[in-house]
Write a protein that binds this ligand. Structure first.
Ligand SMILES: *Cc1c(COP(=O)(O)O)cnc(C)c1O
Length: 379
C-alpha cells in the first residue's frame, strides 16, 4: 500500500459488532470474560484497548515498522524508551534538541545512573569519540529545533553496525510522510503525536514504533508496567487526524517553500533556516533522506535586536504567538524567550538561537495570506 492509502486504511477495519466504518471509541476500562481464561483478547485497558490498538497498528504501518505503542505524551514515549536501559548505560544525544527531552534526560534519568552526552550531530564523525562499551542508545532528533539542522540517519546507522547500540529517532518534525527512519537503519522511532500526526492542536500524545520483536517486547512490558498510556478518546482523535496527514503535509511543505523564499528575499531578514533552501548547510543530506522539507522555518532579523523580534511577533494577525507546532493553523514563537529561555544566552547563541530568531510553524492556510501577514509585520 502507498502512503496516502495507508493513512486511511492501515490497522483499521469496520467494527465487527455494528459495521461502523470509523473505529469506535472503546471508552471502557475492563472487558467481560466468558469464563476463566476465556476472553476476546482484551482484559484491561492499560494493557490493551481496541481504539488504541487500531492507532498503534496504523502508525506502525506508516513508519514501515511492525509494532507501535501510544502514550499519554511524547515525553511519556521517551520515558518508556529510556527505561529500556540500565544504570551505568550511556546515551549519545543530539545537542540541539527539544527542551523537554533534554529535561527528562538530565533531570530525571541522570539520577538513576544513566549518562547522557550531548553532541552536535550534523557532523556525524563527532559521535564516534563518545562511543564505548557502555553506549546503549544514540538519540537523534532531525530536523532539529529550532535551527533545522539535518542529521544523516543512515550514516549513523552504518557507523554502529554490528554494535549492541540502539538508534532512536525523534521523527516529530518530519513525520513519516517526509522521512522513515526505520528504512534508514534506525531501531526505534518516536513521535510527539501532539504535533503533525494529530495535526489539529487538540491532543497531547506520544508514540514509539519499532520493527524489532525484542525491542517491542520490552516496549510493551514497560508501557503496561509504567502505565503511561493514552485514552481511547485521544486515540480516536489522532486516528482521525492521520487520515489527512498526507494532504496536510503536502500543503505544509508548499507553504513552507513559499514562505522560506519570501523571507530569503526580504531586506529586513538576516538568515533563513529551512532544509529545502539550497544554501542550507545540510541541504544535500535533507534531499537524500527526506521526501520534501516541511513547514518548520526559523529566521533572524538584520541588526539582531530583541525588541525588533518582539514587535514582529506581536504584530502578526494570521500567525498566532504560541508554543507547539504541526497544527493546521500557523504559529510563531520566539525561542530565546520561550522554548529556549532556560539556556544561558552565550550557550544558546553558540547554537544559533540569537535574540532576533523567530520560529514559524507554517500551517495550511492560503500562502498569500500568510505572506501578507509576514510582510505587514516586517515593514
Ligand atoms: C513536542 C515535542 C516533544 C514532546 O512531546 P509532548 O507530546 O509535548 O510530550 C518531543 N520532541 C519534539 C521534537 C517535540 O516537538
Amino acid at each position: 500500500m502507498k502512503f496516502g492509502t495507508k493513512v486511511i486504511h492501515a490497522g483499521v477495519h469496520a467494527d465487527e459488532a455494528t459495521g461502523a466504518i470509523m473505529t469506535p471509541i472503546y471508552q471502557t476500562s475492563t472487558y467481560v470474560q466468558e469464563g476463566i481464561g476465556k476472553h476476546k483478547g482484551y482484559q484491561y485497558s492499560r494493557t490493551s484497548n481496541p481504539t488504541r490498538n487500531a492507532l498503534e497498528n496504523n502508525i506502525a504501518a506508516l513508519e514501515n515498522g511492525r509494532f507501535g505503542a501510544c502514550f499519554g505524551s511524547g515525553l511519556a514515549a521517551i520515558d518508556c524508551l529510556i527505561k529500556m536501559l540500565e544504570p551505568g548505560d550511556e546515551v549519545i544525544s543530539t545537542n540541539d534538541l527539544y527542551g523537554g527531552t533534554y529535561r527528562i534526560f538530565n533531570s530525571i534519568f541522570a539520577k538513576y545512573g544513566i549518562q547522557f552526552h550531548f553532541v552536535g550531530m550534523d557532523d556525524v564523525s563527532k559521535i564516534e569519540s563518545h562511543i564505548n562499551e557502555r553506549t546503549k542508545l544514540i538519540w537523534v532528533e532531525t530536523p532539529t529545533n529550532p535551527m533545522m539542522n539535518v542529521i544523516d540517519i543512515a550514516a549513523i546507522a552504518k557507523m554502529i553496525e554490528g554494535k549492541q547500540i540502539m538508534l532512536g529517532v525523534d521523527n516529530t518534525f518530519a513525520t513519516p510522510y517526509l522521512q522513515r527512519p526505520l528504512d534508514l537503519g534506525a531501531d526505534i522511532v518516536m513521535h510527539s503525536a501532539t504535533k503533525y500526526l494529530g495535526g489539529h492542536s487538540d491532543v497531547v500524545m506520544g508514540v514509539l514504533v519499532t520493527a524489532d520483536k525484542t525491542i517491542a517486547d520490552e516496549m510493551y512490558r514497560i508501557q503496561n508496567s509504567s502505565g503511561a498510556i493514552c485514552g481511547p478518546q485521544d486515540a480516536f482523535l489522532v486516528l482521525r487526524g492521520i487520515k489527512t496527514l498526507h494532504l496536510r503535509m503536502q500543503r505544509h511543505c508548499e507553504n513552507g517553500r513559499k514562505i522560506a523564499e519570501f523571507l530569503s528575499a526580504h531586506p529586513k531578514v538576516d538568515k533563513v533556516y529551512w532544509p529545502g533552501l539550497p544554501e542550507h548547510p545540510n541541504h544535500e543530506v535533507a534531499k537524500r533522506q527526506m521526501d520534501d522539507f516541511g513547514g518548520m522555518i526559523s529566521f533572524s532579523l538584520k541588526g539582531n535586536q530583541l525588541s525588533d523580534a518582539m514587535k514582529v511577533v506581536e504584530k502578526l494577525n494570521v500567525f498566532s504567538l504560541a508554543e507547539s507546532l504541526g497544527g493546521v493553523e500557523s504559529l510563531a514563537g520566539h525561542p530565546a524567550t520561550m522554548t529556549h529561555a532556560a539556556i544561558p544566552k552565550a550557550e544558546r547563541e553558540k547554537i544559533g538561537v540569537v535574540d532576533s530568531l523567530i520560529r514559524l510553524s507554517v500551517g495550511i492556510e492560503d500562502a498569500e495570506d500568510l505572506i501578507a501577514d509576514l510582510n505587514q509585520t516586517l515593514s
